[in-house]
Write a protein that binds this ligand. Sequence first.
Ligand code: ADP
Ligand code: MG
Length: 264
Amino acid sequence: MAGERHRIITIANQKGGVGKTTTAINLATALAAIGERVLIVDLDPQGNASTGLGIDRRDRKLSSYDLMIGERGITEVTLETAVPNLFIVPSTMDLLGVEMEISQQSDRVFKLRKALSSPEAMAFSYILLDCPPSFNLLTMNAMAAAHSVLVPLQCEFFALEGLSQLLETVSQVRRTVNPRLDIQGIVLTMFDARNNLAQQVVNDVRTHLGEKVYHTLIPRNVRVSEAPSYGKPAILYDLKCAGSQAYLQLASEVIQRERQRLAA
Ligand code: ADP
Ligand code: MG
């Protein structure tokens, strides 16, 4: 069924700098490259996903803010990117005001879900939501709108601590506003093989979370960190680098899980 081939994935972790935006951009690019129609919704007022995909601030006349307050539809706020099949709803600093504006409304948690339930939104096979680094109303809207959560986890000592808090939030969202919310998977990012602690973190995470953790390890890679300053996904900036190759592999794991889910 057409509707089944439509998946909204929120990329969330309340910590900043763990690779959410990098994962959103490169996973989206990899999915678009194999012909999927993909939309990124930039939900971070910082707008790193928008900048990283080369969207000039002057071109962000309409943004995820307009979508969130319900004044514009998905078609109006969506921009093309340089990547064929990849589209973005950019963000601006206006998003900082959204919480205040909608906090008194009874449907405040469902703003995004409503905006993404239009036929135009359903026409994307993947919608990736790039969340801000906090559990605020924007993140809650993303969790209420999504089918699943993809969690980037940086290979560092406190990784697991933050994760249990995040998983608890997911359970809470499931009990209250979105029973269908699933864990899409956990992806370990910025892995540095020369760091013994990083290997230990990988082992711990795999022991605790088993098959939820993707086999793909995203390595720490300088080409990946350079790419956004050129307004390009790493996959376009340097396809051959280890980071880009890892993101391609991650995309194939995501697709494989989707196939298994559809077949089940
Ligand atoms: P978040 O969205 O969770 O705040 P980002 O994706 O913006 O995290 O990543 C934080 C910083 O780390 C950015 O400067 C980004 O370029 C860099 N970074 C992310 N992933 C990698 C990687 N695999 N290798 C090197 N640098 C990375
Ligand atoms: Mg980010």
